[in-house]
Design a binder for this molecule. Structure first.
Ligand SMILES: [Zn+2]
Ligand SMILES: [Zn+2]
Length: 281
């Protein structure tokens, strides 16, 4: 199975593929800048060079960049919306420079606004960011949200955004968020139902990566609280059903599980590999 972690770029970009390789991973995700700041130090060409070389030598695929948490493409505050669009464009450019395969982003939220209007606003913001980012070709993924009623809470929302944005756009399936938003993934049949809904709305092959997380919150709780694999409400059965699902099992599974206690990533990777080998009827 193609499994990876969200790796740290502390001390240099090259540390991310090295950390992932050290854990036996074949894929990883990073932030290209601090996710809680608008500031971004320009990428140093030498650092990019050694990062790319290490990605190749360690055979990492895909390389995923997660955008800043501050970006809100649905913001009704004009200043924040402008910043979000500019930062999203910058993030796309940086991910391109790093040679990443995918960039994944949350679509944003807007309090009590009407969802249809919010989706139209997000689409307009995405198109502006795309123009600002230049003529790149990195694939851009919209991630499902943990709250069913906010934009991205149902796959119909993401399908609309991906289809209207064009061929460069796809979907990230976050298993904790999906469960919290009311998609029961705890057995094969439940996964079938969820993935058939995605396909009915978005067409086949739109999900490009999976954020493999267990969920602290219950089904439809709306809680974005990631848990170690097998220790949350998805549990062993849910994680097994997800990993083994024929529509998902070829994709990259990236863990966004808690980093504590020490050794947590190794434990979650081992859990996922063991779940992938389970025999289930
Ligand atoms: Zn995620
Ligand atoms: Zn989350």
């Amino acid at each position: 199975m193609n499994i990876g972690i969200h790796a740290s770029i502390a001390g240099g970009f090259v540390n991310a593929p090295l950390e992932a390789a050290g854990l036996g991973c074949s894929t990883f995700q990073i932030f290209s800048k601090s996710p809680r700041s608008w500031e971004a130090v320009p990428l140093a060409p030498e650092a990019v060079e050694i990062f790319k070389k290490t990605v190749i030598s360690k055979k990492m695929y895909p390389v995923v960049v997660h955008t800043s948490y501050l970006i809100n493409l649905a913001s009704q505050n004009a200043v924040l919306l402008e910043r979000s669009i500019n930062t999203f464009a910058l993030e796309i450019k940086r991910a391109e420079e790093l040679g990443a395969d995918f960039i994944t982003t949350h679509v944003g939220s807007c309090g009590t606004c009407n969802k249809k209007e919010a989706l139209a606003a997000i689409l307009a913001a995405v198109k502006r960011a795309l123009r600002l980012s230049g003529t790149g070709k990195i694939m851009i993924l919209f991630e499902n949200s943990a709250k069913r009623d906010t934009p991205g809470g149902v796959f119909k929302d993401l399908a609309f955004l991906a289809k209207e944005s064009g061929k460069r756009f796809g979907i990230t399936l976050d298993t904790c968020h999906a469960f919290a938003a009311g998609y029961d993934l705890r057995n094969k049949k439940a996964c079938d139902d969820c993935l058939l809904e995605v396909e009915a709305e978005a067409g086949t092959g739109r999900i490009k990566i999976v954020h493999l997380n267990d969920s602290k919150g219950d089904l439809l709780s709306g809680l974005d609280r990631h848990e170690h694999l097998g220790q949350g409400k998805l549990g062993l059965e849910g994680i097994t059903a997800i990993i083994k699902h024929p529509k998902l099992n070829e994709l990259a599974f990236i863990l966004e599980t808690p980093k504590e206690p020490e050794g947590a990533d190794a434990g979650n990777i081992a859990f996922a590999r063991a779940a992938g080998k389970r025999k289930v009827s």
